[in-house]
Ligand binder design. Structure first.
Ligand code: CU
Length: 180
């Protein structure tokens, strides 16, 4: 599995994971080198076509910094799914409760609520999780999140065939959306 990449440099971070056993048919020890070479080639290919490897590509992920005593914050990112997927759930060790939320205006009041069924990611579309819109809500925070720190966060996706996959991220903590 590739480590989640985070770019401080301004290069858009591509965060994805690779299936652990893509070549079960190449198990013989004599094929070890061939297998390794194939993996290297595959990885090189994946770098250029991230969406092909993992159905969902995560970009520009960040979490809002907190002040001491603050018990909740939001995490934001853009998600694009090649073949259609659903963000089912989210977990992070820094929060007791983490949910996928939407914000909408009801009777002129901005309200937010958990998306019980998760967030649909239509094939080929980029879904933005951003302040004032869809977001990940981290509640019951176990520690302050100072800016310029990082937190681990796991996204659970379900693809169009109903297969679940996890994407492990490391999110930068920021006061505003990092510029890219
Ligand atoms: Cu919320």
């Amino acid at each position: 599995m590739l480590e989640p990449v985070h770019a401080d440099s301004g290069w858009a971070p591509y965060l994805f994971q690779v299936p652990m056993r893509p070549f079960p048919f190449l198990r013989a020890p004599s094929l070890q080198l061939l297998r390794r070479a194939a993996m290297a080639g595959l990885c090189a290919t994946l770098m250029g076509h991230a969406a092909w490897a993992q159905d969902v590509v995560v970009q520009n992920a960040w979490v809002r910094a907190t002040v001491p005593g603050q018990k909740a914050t939001g995490a934001f990112m853009s998600l694009s799914s090649a073949s259609g997927s659903r963000l089912k759930s989210v977990t992070t060790p820094v929060a007791g409760v983490a949910e996928v939320h939407e914000m909408r205006v009801e009777d002129n009041i901005m309200k937010m609520q958990a998306l019980k069924g998760g967030l649909e990611l239509p094939a080929g579309k980029t879904v933005e999780l951003k302040p004032g819109s869809y977001h990940l809500m981290l509640m019951d925070l176990k520690m302050p999140l100072p800016k310029d720190s990082r937190i681990p966060l796991t996204l659970v996706f379900v693809n169009a065939r109903g297969v679940e996959s996890k994407t492990e991220l490391t999110l930068p903590v920021s006061v505003l959306a990092p510029t890219h």
